[in-house]
Write a protein that binds this ligand. Structure first.
Ligand SMILES: [Cu+2]
Length: 346
């Protein structure tokens, strides 16, 4: 039972890497108290719902997650605009886009209060465009995105309230040179949303708050990403500010469900990729790619039974409840995620 509970908590933590669910450990299980301080165990169990969490000394976690984001509809501010309206200013309008990601995380805890994480992802983007008076066409790009490194420091550990400091960095491993055939001809430089990385270093000075009781937990994460310098194409992506708030409940030890809000603000791009021609499409206008979005998120995480109890499977769905975008650009329709994680200790 002790093994089950421990591995469950660990597995739940893994699942929480990408989903916002919290799996509470069985409060009736006295073995949990044996393992160490109750505060720490409680933190582990609640952090199931938190994207950013810590592990106990010596633990490893690996997880995989697939996400599919669909974008349809073109917004200018909060208003939907038609293709005809976009064609008044641009030769081509985006029509729809899908962004798919395969993400892998590896976490390791050198101490009880510090957990290190490395995250890599492979992206696959496809954007349908409608040029004025011509047939619509699709452009694609795929490959590795930017590599992310992050430390999780449990700065304050209370009975109910916990504070995590989350310093991180993103390395420019994603390409900013993707090309494809467009209405302008073969082998054209693709616009900003189709590139795979920032091309510059990103700093991520994040903080996270976590509160928990036996069967409930709630959290708030603040994660800015600040890009440094200009990339080789003479621009710098706008800074991103992410905030995520979640509440989750675990009626039984093997399942947890959560509800949350996830917000993101993206600043304007600084500079301009000289290879892109802004009159062609709004996706090539550096000033057009900023805005704010708030999404409602529903998550569910389940621990597998028996010998697979170190594995947690999770699913997540998100719908935008508010979106305001600068200039005509594609709005988010929905995001679906599914993943699994495995935690172990030597
Ligand atoms: Cu983890």
């Amino acid at each position: 039972m002790r093994l089950f509970s421990k591995s469950f908590v660990l597995a739940a933590l893994i699942g929480s890497c990408f989903c916002t669910t919290a799996l509470a450990a069985d409060p009736e299980d006295p073995e949990l108290v044996d393992i160490g301080s109750l505060d720490f165990e409680e933190m582990l169990s609640t952090s199931l719902l938190v994207v950013h969490h810590i592990h106990r000394k010596g633990e490893w976690m690996v997880s995989y997650e697939f996400s599919h984001m669909a974008m349809t509809d073109v917004l200018d501010g909060q208003e939907s605009v038609s293709l005809d309206q976009v064609h008044e200013d641009f030769m081509t309008s985006p029509v729809s886009m899908t962004m798919q990601m395969h993400m892998a995380h590896l976490m390791y805890a050198p101490s009880d209060r510090v957990t290190l994480m490395v995250m890599t992802h492979v992206m696959s983007n496809a954007m349908t465009n409608q040029p004025f008076g011509m047939k619509e066409f699709e452009v694609k790009s795929a490959g590795f995105g930017d590599l992310e490194l992050m430390a999780h420091w449990s700065a304050i550990e209370g009975k109910v309230h916990h504070l995590l400091v989350l310093p991180g960095v993103s390395l420019p491993t994603g390409s900013i040179k993707r090309r494809d055939a467009t209405a302008m001809g073969p082998n054209q430089k693709l616009p900003y949303p189709m590139q795979l990385g920032a091309g510059t270093l990103g700093l991520q000075p994040g903080v996270g708050y976590l509160g928990q009781t036996d069967q409930w937990s709630w959290s708030l994460d603040l994660l800015p990403r600040l890009y440094i310098g200009n990339n080789s194409a003479d621009y710098r992506l706008g800074n991103r500010y992410k905030v995520a708030a979640r509440v989750s409940a675990s009626p039984f030890p093997w399942i947890a469900g959560g509800l949350g809000l996830r917000g993101q603000r993206v600043d304007k791009i600084a500079g301009q990729d000289e290879e892109l021609m802004p009159p062609m499409t709004p996706s090539a206008v550096a000033d057009n790619l900023s805005g704010e979005r708030l999404e409602g998120v529903v998550t569910l995480a389940v621990q597998l039974p028996g010998k697979l109890d170190g594995v947690v499977v999770n699913v997540e769905g998100a719908l935008p409840v508010y979106e305001r975008l600068d200039g005509p650009q594609l709005a988010t329709a929905f995001t679906l995620k599914g993943g699994c994680s495995l935690t172990w200790a030597f």
